[in-house]
Structure formats: C-alpha cells, structure tokens
Design a protein around this ligand. Structure first.
Ligand code: CP
Length: 311
C-alpha cells in the first residue's frame, strides 16, 4: 500500500502522533533513499544549504552515526554537539541552548535526551525542525521506523504479522515506539518478560498482549525483537540476577525451537551478548540486526528530507 501524502510536520517526536498513512509515507520515502546508498556516488543535494545540529545529551553509537551519515548523504551542513562539552555543563538551560542554536540559523536539531518529553518541550518553543533521537523511556521513533522498514522489506507487509518484543519493556522507548507504529500498521504485538518489567496494563491496548514466558511469547511470532536490560534507567532490582534473567528470557539455541521456521530475529542494539541473546543467534541466519542498522540510514535520510521540506 502506498501513501502519497504531502508532509507538513516540522518535527518528528513520537509515532503515537502519526497516522498510518504518514508512517507508510516515511517508509516509502526511505525505500527510495535506500537506492541512493546502493549507487556508486552515494550523495544527493536534497539538504544543500540546510544546517543540521546533532545534539546528543545521552550516549549513542548507531543513532548518532547514522543521522550524521544521513545528513552527509543529503549534502547538509552538520554541527555535532556533545552535552559534556557544551555550556549545559555551566548551567545554561536546554531551552537557552536551543535558542542559541536557532539564532545561528540552524534548520533542524536532532536530539537525544534522557528526560521524557525534552524534545516535545523544545519543539513547542523552537522554529527549528526537531527530530527525536530518543527521549528517556518514552519514544525512539526512527528506531521503530527502521524496525518496521526491515520487517516490511522481508515480509512485504506488516499487517497481520505477530511481533514479539522481549525484555525490559518498562524502561524501553524502543518497545513503546514499536508498539504504537506496528499496531497502527495492523500487526499484533506480544510483550514478553518478567511481571516486574512488563506492566499488565499494556494488555488493555488494542492488538497488544502481555505474557511472561518465552515459550508462550515466541509461539506464532513472525518476528522477535530482543531488548537489552536498561540498567541505566532502573532504580530498583527487577529480577534476582542477570544469569537468572538470561535463563528465562534470553534467546538461545535451547529455546529457538519455540520460534516459527523463518521467523526474523531483531535487536535495536547495543547487544549484551549471551544475556538477552546468544552470540550464535545474534550472528545466525535468522538475525537481521545489521540489516536494521543499514536500513536506519535510509529511514533517517527520509525523515530529514521530509522535515526539511516542511520548514
Ligand atoms: N538502537 C540505538 O538507539 O542504539 P544507540 O543507543 O547506539 O544509538
């Protein structure tokens, strides 16, 4: 299904705010941009004359590098800001920092922040386009978009698929964004993990169910997305030990038999090998983990292109 719509949003904050048609439009646009990276000359002039500031107030490898490469491929001018070497350290507020970036005629700010809602707040007070590169445990829209792109590329559709998301759902912005995006596009989502990390209230959402055993969660799954334990967001003990968590919720050769033949194994990264996923599976034939990273570039090119066009 193609959704040829006119993009008018200056910000990408959360997939919850997007319609099914808008999500499909981003995925279709990304499909076109994927072809650019397969050419001999991997560059287009789409963002020539635009300035993009990458402002990461929380660590990142995949998202930061992939946004920067996407900006280079689109011929944007790029500024990389790191919180530790910015004047946030001297007590300047986030909003004052953004207003100063805006005063330098930046067009788009790509921001990661550990506080939920930081990007929503900034977007309301800035003329720049704001792209959320992850806020606290709330939202990571480009990760979910690249996950959906990868699923659609393999299965040719998202509607009607069963997607299991396993792990620390409570602290995961990836789980929330995937849940919102996948269900809008007609998939069914199963959230799997210990009761302490998978709140029962998610059962009340349409086309979402909660279960607490890997065997039940993996049965019928076309796709399984394994999540890392977010130790940096936990302020309590949610399971007795890492070894125990791994025994009951880690994906390994022992419980791979519960997966359907041809089921796709995903992970947003960073991986904690042999905790939530064994090395053999992370590097095995069902895994698309590095394809997710490749597709992230196309998705981020599409997002930047659409937002630049709406400014
Ligand atoms: N998946 C993801 O967001 O990875 P990074 O934290 O390395 O950006």
């Amino acid at each position: 299904m193609s959704a040829d719509i006119k993009w008018t949003k200056k910000d990408l904050l959360c997939l919850y705010d997007l319609s099914k048609e808008e999500i499909i439009h981003i995925l279709d646009t990304a499909q076109e941009f994927k072809k650019v990276s397969e050419r001999k000359v991997k560059k287009v002039p789409a963002l020539r004359g635009k300035t993009v500031v990458n402002f990461f107030v929380e660590p990142s490898t995949r998202t930061r590098v992939s946004f920067e490469l996407a900006e280079q491929r689109l011929s944007a001018d790029i500024i990389n800001m790191v919180a530790d070497s910015s004047s946030l350290k001297k007590g300047e507020s986030l909003l004052d920092t953004v207003k100063n970036i805006e005063a330098l005629q930046a067009d788009i700010i790509v921001m990661r922040h550990s506080c939920t809602g930081a990007q929503d707040f900034i977007a309301k007070h800035s003329k720049c386009g704001i792209v959320n590169a992850g806020d606290g445990a709330h939202s990571h829209p480009t990760q979910a978009l690249l996950d959906m792109f990868t699923i659609r590329e393999k299965f040719g559709r998202i509607e009607g698929l069963n997607v299991a998301i396993v792990g620390d759902i409570l602290h995961s912005r990836v789980a929330r964004s995937n849940m919102w995006g996948l269900t809008k596009l007609g998939a069914k989502v199963t959230l799997v993990g210990p009761a302490t990390l998978v709140p029962e209230e998610f059962n009340e959402l349409e086309n979402v169910r909660v279960c607490h055993t890997l065997e039940e969660g993996l049965r019928d799954a076309d796709v399984v997305n394994m999540l890392r334990i977010q130790h940096e967001r936990q302020n309590a003990s949610y399971f007795p030990s890492t070894g125990e968590y791994s025994k009951y919720y880690g994906l390994n050769e022992g419980n791979l038999k519960y997966l359907k033949k041809g089921a796709m194994v995903m992970h947003p990264g960073p991986i904690n090998r042999d905790v939530e996923i064994s090395s053999a599976i992370a590097d095995g034939e069902n895994s698309v983990i590095l394809e997710q990273v490749t597709n992230g570039l196309a998705v981020r090119m599409a997002v930047l292109f659409l937002i630049a066009g709406a400014l």
